[in-house]
Design a protein around this ligand. Structure first.
Ligand SMILES: Cc1ncc(C[n+]2csc(CCOP(=O)(O)OP(=O)(O)O)c2C)c(N)n1
Ligand SMILES: [Mg+2]
Length: 278
């Protein structure tokens, strides 16, 4: 599929169906991170089910592990497991498709869910790649609320210290966390400047613009001697107005009426994206 934008709305529908079937999930952050994941898995990363154990595969760490439903959706469409199976089994008793990433599933590198660990571990993976002379790149996605964890800043410090140009951190900058705006809960003021001060190359993009995301990832690959942080400005709940930009939708389970509304709007946006490309 070449029209990633149209694809993204179809993927969002699968994610919503997964959450409905599992009777819960982190819908807001799934919707904001979806386009970042699609661009990474379908355009950027050297990864596929056949390469799941290849020592040279690119590594992806979902640091904001609560957005696992979006990750399952993208991994399924990439061929790691059938999408129907995830939708059916997600969050059910005894299922391996649990509510946060676990590395017993193919395609998942690291257990996560306790925020603040993805970047420090990714620094280790990138350092190991350099020491072993491997060509792989390491990508990790964090939430903007997650940046309140102190370990994230140790990760920024060490990534910059070691000049890890095989490392790329993406911040899903949706302005909200679990209980309010990120600024209210823990304001990080001038994020781009702060991260740059730790020795990182920083790029800011619209996290729902595939061309902009692609250009940012290409720029990261060209950047030598320092890691890159991509601050992706996104909309929490992106895809249907009823869930957009509302802290309460962090893990809200849509009722029947809201579900109908979401599905209708996702399909409208999917069709519009198809027409725009035609
Ligand atoms: C260490 C830790 N503290 C608290 C939580 C509970 N928690 C789950 S999601 C979340 C908010 C995260 O906000 P953000 O990183 O902005 O994620 P997004 O907006 O992308 O969903 C919190 C506090 C957690 N998972 N881990
Ligand atoms: Mg957030």
């Amino acid at each position: 599929m070449s029209n990633l934008k149209a694809m993204s709305f179809a993927f969002r529908k699968d994610t919503v169906d997964m959450i409905m079937a599992g009777k819960g999930g982190h819908i807001g952050g799934d919707m904001s991170v979806m386009d970042i994941l699609i661009e990474l898995y379908f355009e950027q990363m050297n990864i596929s089910p056949e390469k799941a154990d290849d020592p040279d595969r690119d590594r992806f760490v979902m640091s904001k592990g609560h957005s696992v439903e979006a990750l399952y959706t993208v991994l399924a469409h990439k061929g790691f497991f059938p999408i129907e199976e995830v939708i059916e089994k997600f969050s059910k008793f005894g299922s391996q498709f649990i509510g946060h990433p676990n590395n017993k599933l193919p395609g998942i590198e690291m257990n996560s869910g306790s925020l603040g660990h993805g970047l420090p571990v990714s620094v280790g993976m990138a350092l190991a790649g350099r020491m072993d002379n491997r060509p792989y790149r390491v990508y990790t996605v964090m939430g903007d609320g997650e940046l309140a964890e102190g370990s994230v800043w140790e990760g920024f410090m060490s990534g910059g210290h070691y000049g890890l140009d095989n490392l790329c951190a993406i911040i899903d900058m949706n302005g909200l966390q679990i209980s309010g705006t990120t600024d209210q809960v823990m304001n990080h003021r001038e994020l781009a400047k702060q991260v740059a001060d730790f020795g990182w190359h920083v790029i800011e993009v619209d996290g729902h613009d595939f061309d902009a995301l692609r250009a940012a990832f290409e720029e990261a690959k060209q950047t030598k001697g320092m890691p890159t942080a991509i601050i992706a400005h996104t909309i929490k709940g992106y895809g249907a107005k009823v869930m957009e930009n509302k802290a309460g939708w962090h893990h809200h389970l849509p009722n029947a009426e809201e579900y109908e509304e979401i599905v209708k709007e996702l399909e409208e946006r999917r069709q519009k994206a198809e027409e725009e490309q035609a």
